[in-house]
Write a protein that binds this ligand. Sequence first.
Ligand SMILES: [Zn+2]
Length: 219
Amino acid sequence: MICYHPEHEMLLDYASGSLEEEPSLVAAAHLAFCELCREEVRSLEDLGGTLIDQAGAAQMEPGALDAVMERLDSPIDKDHDAMPTPKDPVLPGPITRYLGTGLDGLRWRRVGPRVEEALLATSNAKFKTSLLRIKPGTAIPSHTHGGREYTLVLKGGIIDDDRQYRRGDLMLADTEHEHRPVAAEDEECICLAVLDAPVRFTGFFTRLLNPFLGGSSPR
Ligand SMILES: [Zn+2]
């Protein structure tokens, strides 16, 4: 059972198409698990259509609902018809379609003795998007870039204070909220992490001006 959902705002932005690509991937992957949020997005879409009708600005085109449903299935990859969706026991359809592969096709790199990371190439440089593979009981590496972090559990679990996040649950965090999540003990944890760093500092002069950045950029 899914216990932790995206905020209403995020679903609203997703439904209206104004959510950026990387958080949209998180939202779409959550929707693949969560009937409740699918319903909410559907009714937001309907509401959007009704408002447009009332304003007389445009008519819902025939088949618009089908298009919406298809977008829920695959909000990002417009060309997905050309390629069959790779099947993966862990990754939901929106992620495998986005990647064009399952977990086995990813390039993992070790970022700690008990953590591996596969960086995903996405459109916006201001987001760091990755899949993390964490051994049971390991503290989740925390980032210090500032901004928001979306972590969607795909396998295993994450425990943060008294909360248990399981497959399909979305953990939201910002840097103002001090937290120290730990992977659940029962099995390895795989999650999709999108870090929204508000500003990306690169380049020599910025580094001079921002000694704390130490040259570490989000990707
Ligand atoms: Zn949900």
